[in-house]
Design a protein around this ligand. Structure first.
Ligand SMILES: Nc1ncnc2c1ncn2[C@@H]1O[C@H](COP(=O)(O)OP(=O)(O)OP(=O)(O)O)[C@@H](O)[C@H]1O
Ligand SMILES: [Mg+2]
Length: 215
């Protein structure tokens, strides 16, 4: 379970997250939506322990990701909105993931194939030289292959072609029903069939939550 309690984050004088409270239960399928700049990606970075807040606390299965990031993130994978500009080759990146997590190379390659990316054709390329959609496919395949209990996706399909988008949803529907899935997306219709909770943010506040009284 992810517990977000009274989280406030300011950048300069601007309040980006304004006293956010949110509990995400195990195996929940949550969509976080809201306009550009609402604070969605910042909230994801807070969960990942990448951002130190001005107030409040966060725990992932009882572990604080700021104090013990390694253990807090042991069973959590994520696909960031902006792929990092890694100079590693696709192959080195996949092998790094295999050596540092429970992921298996065959699973990564098989997810890539399902998303229509031929590992054999692309494995030597530096990650940063891939197209936007190809980067997203690699990051999705790595996150799925880890089979973490919780997976967070920040606009995962923004650069995917329609076929890959559909395939991505098929994979989640068929193999990840028992996982906790957190989506940040503007494409509500795309994830509507998967999510069972929708939270809407605006200017650093949660303004709607269809499960607010049911946590
Ligand atoms: N490192 C930073 N320094 C200063 N301001 C920041 C920083 N990161 C985010 N912000 C500001 O925080 C606000 C929320 O940004 P955030 O990326 O969380 O929005 P978002 O809801 O994910 O938007 P989008 O839908 O465009 O991805 C924006 O005003 C942004 O400029
Ligand atoms: Mg964002």
């Amino acid at each position: 379970m992810i517990k977000i309690e009274n989280i406030t984050k300011k950048f300069g004088s601007q309040i980006i997250l304004n006293n956010i409270n949110l509990n995400i239960q195990d195996s929940q399928k949550l969509l976080i939506m809201g306009q550009n700049g609402a604070g969605k990606s910042t909230l994801m970075k807070v969960i990942l322990g990448e951002i130190i807040c001005d107030n409040g606390s966060i725990s992932i299965d009882g572990i604080d990701p700021i104090k013990d990031r390694k253990n807090a993130l042991k069973y959590l994978s994520f696909v960031p909105q902006t792929p990092p500009p890694l100079r590693l080759s696709v192959s080195d990146l996949c092998h790094y993931c295999v050596s540092s997590t429970k992921a298996n190379l065959n699973d990564i390659i098989s997810y890539l194939k399902e998303l229509d990316l031929e590992y054999k054709k692309e494995y030597k390329k530096p990650f940063y030289k891939l197209s936007g959609g190809m980067k997203q496919k690699v990051l999705i395949a790595l996150a799925l292959a880890r089979e973490s209990k919780t997976i967070m996706f920040d606009e995962p399909t923004a650069n995917l072609d329609p076929k890959a988008r559909e395939k991505f949803m098929d994979i989640l529907n068929s193999k990840f029903q028992s996982h906790t899935l957190i989506f940040i997306s503007h494409r509500v219709s795309e994830v509507k069939g998967i999510v069972n909770r929708i939270v809407e943010m605006d200017l650093g506040n949660i303004i709607k939550d269809n499960k607010a009284n049911n946590e």
